[in-house]
Design a protein around this ligand. Structure first.
Ligand SMILES: [Zn+2]
Length: 664
């Protein structure tokens, strides 16, 4: 349930550029002590405007784009319908070919979805809703709530059934509830979008308008019952194990037995409910809203979820709201880029296996491991030297640190997709069958031992994550390349890049969320009372610091939503630098005129160079636990005396926070 990532990257693309650390990216007219981000990235920012089909454009995107180009080549080859393709090649090739066949999709119109729409239309009784929703969940159409499996917070060796809030068409509950002019305007545009989707599906304007209002009313009720994003970061708040009988008593209007049976879930006695109040809301709405309203709601979610494989008119309407209005993107990405991403999303390990064969050798794994060890050593030294922590808690922290395992590159054991049928002429059917496979795969885990070898990111992904319940850090092959890791560069550059990323993930084990889990991944308090208080005080300093940053007129970062990520950025940079200094000792050789410390910070800063649209920043600040790139850089260096020494910054300058915030 909790996967803490390095960043949230949405649809990246553009021209494949040379992505390396580059002193030419520096804006030499800027003062590093006034705005270090501008200094490290200024010339890059000027020379790399946002492409019209992007919401933002940064160095992460450049790398993601290069990986996507590799996947593109693999898929174009796999899609050639020659005899003798192996099973995985047939699946990814035909999935991609079906997705690419825009003409066929346009010609089919709504026909591939029609059986699903008929199924909804033919409901004659509210008692059939449970079975219908289960059917939709199986084939990947979300609605009302989520059902899946996950490790139990308090016994990480168990996989349990989990129920979570869901069912909204906008990105978060707050979009339904806030009453500032911008939010009101977005809601009006959302309702207009829902109406147009219904019209495209053949409804008359009046009818579509009334139906859009029904969707908005039901979703607003669900939003009111939902827990907010900041509260959802607290594991205790989203952990409510219930016996089946208790769940039935909580929501008597919803026949859970029927729902669970229809999902084809294995049997279980206990289910972990994230937020019981949400399910009370579901219950009340099931009771009060008429069946016809539910049909409208389910129809909307069927159209919405399948828009990517519907005819072009639906695709354009979908982009208009979710791309243009919500993130400011001007143009839809070329079809092949979207189809590469869908293949990665639905058949990720079949495609990823081919990607790894092409790009990643055992050598890459070994060098990364060496850096992981250097970072772990630095983190251990950091914990031992902490002035605010008592020996009892330090001992526990070191036990947890030493128990962290790491996965690098790609899975040891690849996922078996042999039961998924992929047809060359059935894009929507492929999407349903791939989602059904994944839904069943998740449910089949209930009651079984945890699979510690499983990955929750695909190999070409430019990202990384810490999993507090596994107590492991994970680095897909996709990120182990320049500008993060570059065998042609000096240690300072690599420790500022991938070293900082490794440090970031390790620190997640000890941020406000991660610290609540122990070495075995169980939610257990291993802190003395006084140390917990000291931690909270230091974390509050970081929350306040980031809350003071303004990203757009009147829009501030939410320091509490981004606390874990900001803590990880600060800790990651600090131990990244320690690991560098441990590695190079007294060797202060300058490269390109910069000391190793200066190059470390420049490399760290340049990883985050990114141009952002205002709409995209507004969306990010409301929904993303990561701070926008500029503040991921400046927020960190403001807190580091090592930075200030490296660039001779003085108290009173903007990049010197006095007193500085420091947790780890
Ligand atoms: Zn992170």
């Amino acid at each position: 349930m909790l996967k803490i990532t390095l960043l949230t990257l949405v649809g990246a693309c553009g021209l494949g550029a040379q992505v390396r650390f580059d002193v030419k990216a520096i804006d030499t007219s800027a003062n590093p002590c006034t705005d270090f981000y501008q200094y490290a990235c200024g010339t890059w920012l000027k020379n790399n405007p946002i492409p019209p089909d992007q919401a933002s454009w940064g160095r992460f995107n450049e790398l993601a784009e290069r990986n996507r180009e590799t996947l593109h080549q693999i898929l174009e080859e796999a899609a050639k319908p020659v005899a003798g393709r192996d099973a995985d090649t047939q699946k990814i090739g035909d999935y991609y070919a079906a997705c690419m066949d825009e003409k066929a999709l346009d010609a089919k119109g709504l026909a591939p979805l029609q059986p699903e729409l008929d199924r909804i239309q033919n409901l004659s009784n509210k008692s059939q809703l449970a079975e219908q929703i289960a059917h939709m969940h199986r084939i990947g159409i979300s609605g009302l709530f989520d059902f899946s499996s996950g490790q139990d917070f308090k016994d990480s060796s168990l996989v349990v059934a989990q129920l979570d809030q869901s069912g909204l068409g906008m990105p978060d509950r707050d979009y339904y509830l806030k009453d500032d002019p911008k939010s009101v305007e977005l809601r009006e545009k959302y309702v207009a979008h829902v109406q147009r989707m219904f019209e495209l599906a053949g409804e008359k304007p009046d009818e579509a308008k009334a139906h859009a209002a029904t969707v908005m009313r039901l979703e607003t009720e669900l939003a009111k019952g939902s827990l907010d994003l900041v509260s959802r970061r607290d594991p205790e708040k989203i952990y409510h194990p219930m016996k089946r009988a208790e769940l039935a008593a909580l929501t008597p209007a919803f026949p859970w037995r029927q729902y669970f049976t229809s999902t084809q879930s294995p049997g279980f006695d206990t289910v972990v409910v994230s937020w019981p109040d949400f399910f009370k809301t579901v219950n009340a709405q099931i009771q009060s809203a008429p069946l016809d309203d539910w049909k409208v709601y389910l129809k909307w979610h069927a159209l919405h979820s399948q828009a990517p494989v519907l005819p072009t008119a639906f695709l354009k309407e979908n982009f208009d709201f979710y791309g243009k209005t919500l993130s400011g993107t001007q143009q839809m990405r070329p079809r092949w880029k979207r189809c590469v991403d869908f293949t990665d999303h639905q058949l990720g390990e079949a495609l990823g296996k081919k990607y790894v064969e092409r790009t990643f050798g055992a050598e890459g794994k070994e060098r990364t491991l060496k850096m992981v060890h250097a970072l772990e050593t630095a983190m251990g030294q950091g914990i031992e030297k902490l002035s605010w922590m008592t020996p009892a808690t330090k001992k526990e922290a070191l036990i947890k640190l030493h128990a962290i395992t790491n996965k690098i590159g790609y899975p040891e054991k690849w996922r078996d997709y042999s039961s998924v049928t992929i047809k060359r002429d059935d894009a929507m059917g492929n999407a349903f069958r791939a989602d059904e496979f994944e839904f069943q795969r998740q449910l089949d885990k209930i009651g079984k031992p945890v699979d510690r070898l499983e990955w929750s990111m695909t190999p070409p992904t430019v990202n990384a994550y810490y999993d507090p319940q596994m107590n492991n850090i994970n680095f897909p092959a996709g990120i182990l390349q320049p500008p993060f890791f570059d065998k042609g560069m000096d240690d300072a550059v690599n420790f500022g890049g991938i070293g900082m990323v490794i440090g970031h993930e390790l620190t997640h084990g000890f941020d406000d969320q991660g610290r609540q889990f122990d070495d075995k991944g169980n939610l257990r308090d291993w802190w003395t009372e006084v140390d917990a208080r000291e931690f909270e005080q230091r974390a509050a300093c970081i929350a306040d610091q980031y809350s003071s940053f303004t990203v757009a007129p009147g829009v501030h970062i939410n320091g509490k939503l981004t606390l874990g990520e900001n803590t990880a950025d600060n800790g990651g940079a600090r131990i990244g630098l320690m690991a560098l200094l441990n590695t190079i000792g007294n060797d202060q050789k300058k490269v390109d005129g910069f000391t190793p410390e200066q190059r470390f910070f420049l490399s760290f800063g340049q990883v985050w160079c990114s141009n952002e649209r205002e709409e995209s920043l507004r969306l990010q600040v409301q929904t993303d636990p990561h701070s926008p790139p500029k503040f991921r850089v400046n927020g960190v260096v403001q807190n580091m005396p090592e930075f200030q020494k490296a660039f001779s910054c003085k108290v009173g300058q903007p990049m010197v926070k006095n007193p500085a915030c420091r947790v780890w």
